[in-house]
Each structure stands twice: as structure tokens, then as C-alpha cells.
Design a protein around this ligand. Structure first.
Ligand SMILES: Nc1ncnc2c1ncn2[C@@H]1O[C@H](COP(=O)(O)OP(=O)(O)O)[C@@H](O)[C@H]1O
Ligand SMILES: [Mg+2]
Length: 327
């Protein structure tokens, strides 16, 4: 058998929100092609695409999946039996529901304190523990404070995520809507540092730190997003030693709780909270914005990790760097 270029599919969607484009995919396609791979964007729900024609599928920006969850789970099965998918479908399934945060906590990782409510009653009880009873929403982020964040356990891009005074009937209304739709509502104290725009995302490729970004504040009080749209405004930052240690801790726990291997890509979102110390807000293993457009030095690292993964298939001789036949 002659060696041929690896065929890599970058999994995307065809339905991006107007304010939430995906700048990473063109950069990755270009970097992979430059290195001799055949690389193409693959719309995850396009059934005409022959997934088995790819040696490797990389989940990149199938960002409409929370609206089409059953379909996405079925697609994961189909893609996983047609070819190799990274991150691994089992890891993705584990990461789809933020109740994994409780497992991370069980493994000793500090996470944002969270109550998971599967019924409106449970949500009302959880909200009552945050309600100081004076109707004043001034005591931010102390754990006994009056403001809370309500969000669904399955979400992305701050969908159905609201910041409220705990006593605000809209907090319970949102939690009720989430559980009535069959979901689980997460109730957290407001972390003031998040509202003030100090969330940080640390990226790890094959377990190795590549870059960190800060995201601006996202939530408006009373529900919804600041300015009504989802805009992260990523800025490259230096993470603190404590944030690096927390991200590595989270990754160690992820490996122990999944298949043991380092995920190809991971984004660990952290916040250093006065009230709770450095804690993990989420570990995104499905489709993180990599923000390669603001961290161009990470493009080669990601592309080379993808090519290494493509070369891991013992059944297929791969020669990276040769011309694509017919090109
Ligand atoms: N407990 C919290 N306190 C303050 N802001 C929060 C809190 N939880 C989430 N947020 C804000 O909402 C955004 C989205 O929440 P997150 O948990 O990251 O879910 P996802 O990114 O999956 O939608 C965060 O980036 C942050 O700005
Ligand atoms: Mg997030």
C-alpha cells in the first residue's frame, strides 16, 4: 500500500449565530493543507457526506447541537462507527451534561458551587438558600449573597443562562422552564468576578498548555445577555500559576473519569473568586472556540496534534508532507 495524505474532516455547522462566527476552522484547514493533509469542513448534520471517507473527524464548531441534542447523539454514534472522531465520542457524551462538574468536584477539583435541580420544587429550595430575604441584591459572590445564576446542565454560548436576584420570580421561572423541557437546572451563586469580566479560558492541546484568553462579561442582570448578543471579546492573557495548576488538576481528573488519555483539545474555564478561590466554571471538551485568530502561535500546535492523531491509526500508512494526489 502506498502512503497517502491523511483525510481530515473539521466538523462544523451551517447555522452560526450572526454574532458568533467560527474563525478557527479556516485557519486549521489552511494549516493542515499546508502540512500535506487533505482537509475539508464537514457540516455535522449533512447526511450526504460519507463520513467513512475521512481518516479522522475533529469536532470543531457544531454549535447548534444543544437545539438538536438527540440528533447530535445519534450523529456521534454514526460518526464514531464510520471513522475516528476526536475528542472521543465517549468523552464528548460525558462532557455534554455539566453534571460532570460534580464528578470533578468528587475528584478533588474546586468548581463553582452548584446545586442541580431536576424539579421546580428543588429549584425553589435552592433559590431560597441564596435569598437573604431583604430583597436587596447587593451581596455579590459571597455564597450567602442575593444574586444567582440559573442555567441548564446542557448548554453552550450562555443559552438560557440568567443572572437574577435570588428572590426574582424570573429566576424560578427560568429554572422551571428548563426542568419542564426535560432538563436539569443548575443554580449557582453569582461569582462577581465573572460578572466583572474576569473569566479565563486555558487551552490544553494533547494535555499541554498553549494559550489563555480572558472573556468579557456576558450576563445582564434580570436575564439575558449584555447588549442582547453573545460576544466573548477574547483577549490573550497570562494565566496565573494557580490558574495553570487548577487547569492541570481538572485535566488530570478528566482523564481519570474518561478513557485515561489526554483529550486532543480542552478548554478549562476558570475564575479566581474572592469568595471561593480559583474555581473551574466548565471544562469544554466538545467544541471550544480555540480563538486561534488571537493566538496564531497555537495554530501549528493544534494542526500538528491533529496530524499526530491521524497517524495513530495503525491500519493506514500516512505520509505527512507529500502532495495530495491530483492536486
Ligand atoms: N455563577 C456565575 N456567576 C456569574 N456569571 C456566571 C456564572 N455562571 C456563568 N456565568 C456567566 O455566564 C456565561 C456562560 O456560562 P457557562 O457556565 O460558561 O455556560 P456555557 O458557556 O456553556 O453557556 C459565563 O461565561 C459567565 O460569563
Ligand atoms: Mg462557558
Amino acid at each position: 500500500m502506498t502512503a497517502r495524505a491523511p483525510r481530515i474532516g473539521i466538523v462544523v455547522t451551517d447555522a452560526y449565530a450572526p454574532d458568533d462566527p467560527d474563525p478557527d476552522t479556516p485557519l486549521l484547514l489552511h494549516a493542515l493543507r499546508q502540512r500535506g493533509a487533505e482537509a475539508a469542513a464537514v457540516v455535522w448534520h449533512d447526511e450526504r457526506i460519507d463520513l467513512a471517507a475521512f481518516d479522522l473527524l475533529i469536532l470543531r464548531s457544531p454549535w447548534d447541537y444543544p437545539d438538536r441534542l438527540d440528533e447530535f447523539r445519534t450523529w456521534l454514534d454514526r460518526a464514531g462507527s464510520a471513522t475516528r472522531v476526536l475528542n472521543a465520542p465517549e468523552t464528548v457524551r460525558w462532557n455534554l451534561d455539566k453534571r460532570y462538574l460534580a464528578e470533578l468536584e468528587g475528584a478533588g477539583v474546586r468548581v463553582v458551587p452548584t446545586v442541580y435541580a431536576a424539579s421546580a420544587d428543588a429549584a425553589a429550595t435552592a433559590l431560597a438558600t441564596h435569598d437573604t430575604g431583604d430583597g436587596q441584591a447587593t451581596d455579590r459572590g459571597t455564597g450567602s449573597g442575593a444574586r444567582v445564576v440559573v442555567k441548564p446542565a446542557v448548554s453552550a454560548a450562555a443559552r438560557d443562562t440568567g443572572l437574577f436576584a435570588a428572590s426574582d420570580p424570573r429566576a424560578l421561572a427560568l429554572a422551571t422552564r428548563i426542568v419542564e423541557a426535560g432538563g436539569v437546572a443548575m443554580i449557582q451563586p453569582e461569582i462577581g468576578e465573572l460578572t466583572d469580566g474576569h473569566e479565563r479560558a486555558l487551552y490544553l492541546v494533547d494535555g499541554v498548555f498553549t494559550h489563555a484568553i480572558a472573556k468579557g462579561a456576558l450576563l445582564a442582570e434580570g436575564g439575558g445577555l449584555r447588549g442582547g448578543v453573545y460576544v466573548e471579546n477574547p483577549v490573550v492573557v497570562d494565566a496565573t500559576p494557580a490558574e495553570h495548576a487548577l487547569a492541570q488538576d481538572a485535566l488530570r481528573a478528566v482523564r481519570a473519569l474518561t478513557d485515561g488519555s489526554a483529550p486532543l483539545y480542552a478548554r478549562v474555564d476558570v475564575v479566581t473568586s474572592t469568595a471561593f478561590g480559583p474555581c473551574v466554571l466548565e471544562v469544554e471538551l466538545i467544541e471550544p472556540s480555540l480563538n486561534l485568530h488571537v493566538a496564531p502561535e497555537a495554530i501549528a500546535v493544534v494542526a500538528e496534534a491533529i496530524l499526530r492523531a491521524a497517524g495513530d491509526d495503525p491500519d493506514r500508512p500516512v505520509s505527512v508532507g507529500t502532495a495530495i494526489p491530483g492536486s
